[in-house]
Write a protein that binds this ligand. Structure first.
Ligand SMILES: [Fe+2]
Length: 352
């Protein structure tokens, strides 16, 4: 069987993502056959562009999505130590809901778990239910972001590295008004047993400290930039634009510029007011989440603005279509989520 494929860039300027569309046979079996026969070409192109969007195929179940992902990379994983609440999809071994965070939450661009020792190599997203409004999963070439960054900002991060701090409340102590803390530590680790949690930290090499009030602090110190293992290009590879205390407010300015809704105007103002209060009342290292320079000093807000500006300039935003599979090279290309309304069911799996 010979499978023909149309190939083009969704965004010509960014050359991202590369779209593969059926030219004839649109069956999932046909696509599987194509991947089997052209595995090296597919994975090479995925790294070169940063992401491949398989569009127009009859990938109509999460199980088929899982099978196609496993053909691209058989090393799928299902242990998750990130920050986003996720649920496993029934009938699969490795597929999760992409994020159970409420629709108004901004998810800024990031390479998945960039701060962990073991990070996903490839990420696969699947559109099971198209969003009613918004809810795109934009992608961005973080090799290009590194190149385009203001040299002063880039040098500061390269020289100084970054420190991610996450502070989780003790069970029952989490304030519902604190939008910056997603879960208490017992919820994130699904246990109330400290020893059990510590076992996971040792396994995943996470620095931790129990606080007097029963809270838990996790710390990750990393380089801000890495080298892509295959292309050897430098990559902006850190979560500053996600976790820094100023990031969500800056992100919402861009979101409001794009979505121009009353709701986005409200969140833009609400988040910036909330951040101002939190910065006045809570030390940088005690915030629910924050990204600092590795020595613990604060990152200037002007740097956050500069990073966000570079990311938004290079980001590719496109609406989901049912049965889309987006395969991303996590070591060079970021993803995020724009706020949405109504239905949306995007699923994810990843390999290491
Ligand atoms: Fe993610």
């Amino acid at each position: 069987m010979i499978i023909f494929m149309k190939e083009y860039f969704l965004n010509e300027k960014q050359q991202l993502p590369l779209v593969l569309e059926p030219d004839g046979d649109a069956s999932a079996e046909g696509l599987k056959e194509y991947i089997r026969k052209n595995h090296k070409a597919v994975t090479d192109k995925m790294i070169q562009s940063g992401a491949i969007l398989f569009r127009g195929f009859d990938i109509n179940t999460p199980k088929l999505f899982e099978e196609i992902s496993a053909l691209i990379d058989p090393n799928l994983k299902n242990d998750y130590l990130g920050t986003s609440p996720r649920d496993k999809v029934a009938g699969t071994d490795y597929v999760f809901s992409a994020s159970e965070l409420p629709g108004f939450y901004p998810i800024m661009q990031h390479c998945e778990m960039s701060y962990m020792k073991n990070k996903p190599v490839k990420l696969f997203f699947y559109c099971n239910v198209e969003p009613d409004y918004g809810g795109e999963t934009p992608v961005c070439n973080f090799r290009k972001v590194y190149q385009d960054l203001d040299p002063e900002v880039r040098t500061a991060f390269e020289k100084r590295g970054v420190k991610l701090v996450r502070n989780y409340s003790a069970p029952g102590k989490r304030s519902r008004l604190n939008l910056f803390e997603l879960k208490s530590w017992t919820d994130i680790f699904h246990t109330t047993d400290r020893a059990e949690v510590e076992k996971q930290f040792h396994k995943y090499h996470v620095d931790f400290a129990w606080k007097e009030n029963g809270n838990l602090r996790l710390t990750h110190i990393n380089n801000a930039v890495t080298e892509h293992p295959v292309t050897k290009e430098k990559v902006w590879f850190n979560h500053t634009q996600v976790f820094n205390i100023d990031a969500a407010g800056v992100e919402y300015e861009y979101i409001h510029k794009r979505q121009k809704r009353l709701k986005t105007l409200f969140f833009k103002k609400f988040i910036s007011a909330m951040v101002a209060v939190r910065k006045l009342t809570i030390k940088a290292e005690d915030q629910s989440m924050n990204m600092l320079f590795a020595d613990g000093t604060e990152i200037p807000k002007s740097y956050i603005r500069s990073i966000e500006e570079t990311i938004w300039k290079n980001m590719v935003i496109f609406p989901w279509k049912k049965n889309d599979v987006l395969a991303i090279d996590n070591l060079g290309t970021s993803h995020g989520r724009l706020p949405y309304e109504g239905k949306r069911q995007i699923m994810v799996c990843w390999s290491e």
